[in-house]
Write a new protein. Structure first.
Length: 361
């Protein structure tokens, strides 16, 4: 069976040698030495000023909303993982969906201003598959209308635009270090921000809002990462460049084997240092996509309908939030992410392309 992704696992010996450090210290959570070391190493690797490790990417997004004190309406994208919408609902805000661009799969900045009302407090947009949103335009709109900006950067680990980390944009960016992501800590995530006061506020509320012995300054929550999770991160991080290079080679082979099939393949634009987090393929119709998907499943290959459904159609949204987003709905009905992971063999990839090509005839 070939899955859409496979978690990179270090050797057990490597992991155990990190665990030994934890056992020696007798300290397994609450900002221990491995967590501090991982945060520092990630700051340096990503080239960002402030980074707070969090339990997972979903809670990271919730803490971002909480930290910025957002209320009312949040403009967001319908083409993302379900967490991008549910965090808005969990924080008692209202999602206002703005359709996406068909080239980048990211929120269409030309449509944002028409969705702003006096109740809008922020824009929450996703760098879909690691392709950057139009961060310049979003910043300009946000400044003009005094809105906060949060990026769901769960896919954007290590992505750079014109030499700068994409995570340096917006008020806060949220990363996920889930086992299915490019870089992982089993479960985990992080918040990145430019402003040091915001970073301090995040650090405070992820630790119960607790200062000193028994002073609880604010209503916080438990958003801490444990030492055991940080141990995994310390094993995976030194390997990340090799993982990205491997995935890049696979992606380029997909490009060359699939580009005559009338499919829309990922586009890597100028100035973009991409991380090869996903290999999305857009089919001409829903029927063709389902037909190819069936052919793959028959051959024990499991692509993923990522993202589906378009989030504006979630059944638990209030009817007035379910505005139609034709481009997102169309793409969600036609897209598949093909298997892409460290260790996927070239001959397996060639086999996958053969099945896609045959099914398209
Ligand atoms: C994975 C993912 C999340 C959630 O992150 P978790 O660490 O699994 O909680 C949020 N948004 C997007 C776009 C994701 O892909």
């Amino acid at each position: 069976m070939i899955p859409v992704t496979k978690t990179y696992l270090p050797s057990l010996d490597q992991y155990v040698s990190q665990l030994e450090r934890i056992w020696q210290a007798g300290w397994i959570t609450n900002n221990g030495q491995l967590t501090k070391e991982l945060a520092e190493a990630l700051r340096a690797y990503l080239g960002v000023p402030n980074l707070e490790l969090i339990t997972n990417g979903t809670l990271a997004l919730q803490l971002a909303i909480k930290t910025l004190g957002l209320k009312g309406e949040i403009i967001t994208t319908p083409f993302s993982y379900v967490a991008t919408t549910t965090v808005i609902l969990w924080e008692n805000c209202e999602p206002v969906f703005v359709d996406i661009e068909d080239k980048t799969f990211c929120i269409d900045t030309k449509k944002i201003e028409a969705a702003i009302t006096e109740r809008t407090s922020a824009i929450l947009a996703t760098h879909v598959y690691g392709y950057p949103c139009d961060v310049k335009k979003i910043e300009q709109i946000a400044t003009e209308h005094q809105l906060k900006v949060i990026y769901d950067a769960a896919h954007a680990f290590g992505v750079k635009l014109n030499g700068q980390s994409i995570l340096c944009h917006g008020d806060i960016s949220a990363l996920s270090f889930h086992a299915t992501k490019l870089f992982h800590t089993t479960e985990g995530g992080a918040l990145i921000c430019q402003n040091e006061d915001i970073a301090k506020q995040i650090a405070l509320i992820k630790g119960f809002g607790h200062i000193g012995e028994d002073y609880y300054r604010e209503m916080g929550i438990n958003g801490k990462m444990s030492e055991l999770h940080a141990a995994m991160g310390l094993c995976v991080l030194p390997k990340v460049d090799e993982i990205v290079a491997y995935r890049r080679a696979l992606s380029e082979r997909y490009d060359s084997l699939l580009n005559s099939q009338g499919l829309i393949l990922p586009l890597v634009t100028e100035g973009l240092e991409y991380n090869y987090a996903y290999y999305p393929v857009l089919f001409p119709s829903h029927e063709v996509m389902m037909h190819v998907r069936q052919a793959m499943i028959r051959n024990n290959i499991l692509p993923r309908r990522y993202f589906y459904p378009s989030l504006n159609t979630l059944p638990y949204l209030r009817p007035e939030w379910q505005r139609t987003c034709p481009i997102s709905e169309s793409i969600a009905s036609r897209v598949l992410c093909l298997p892409l992971y460290f260790g996927l063999e070239q001959q397996e990839l060639d086999g996958i392309c053969g099945i896609v090509t045959d099914a398209m005839q």
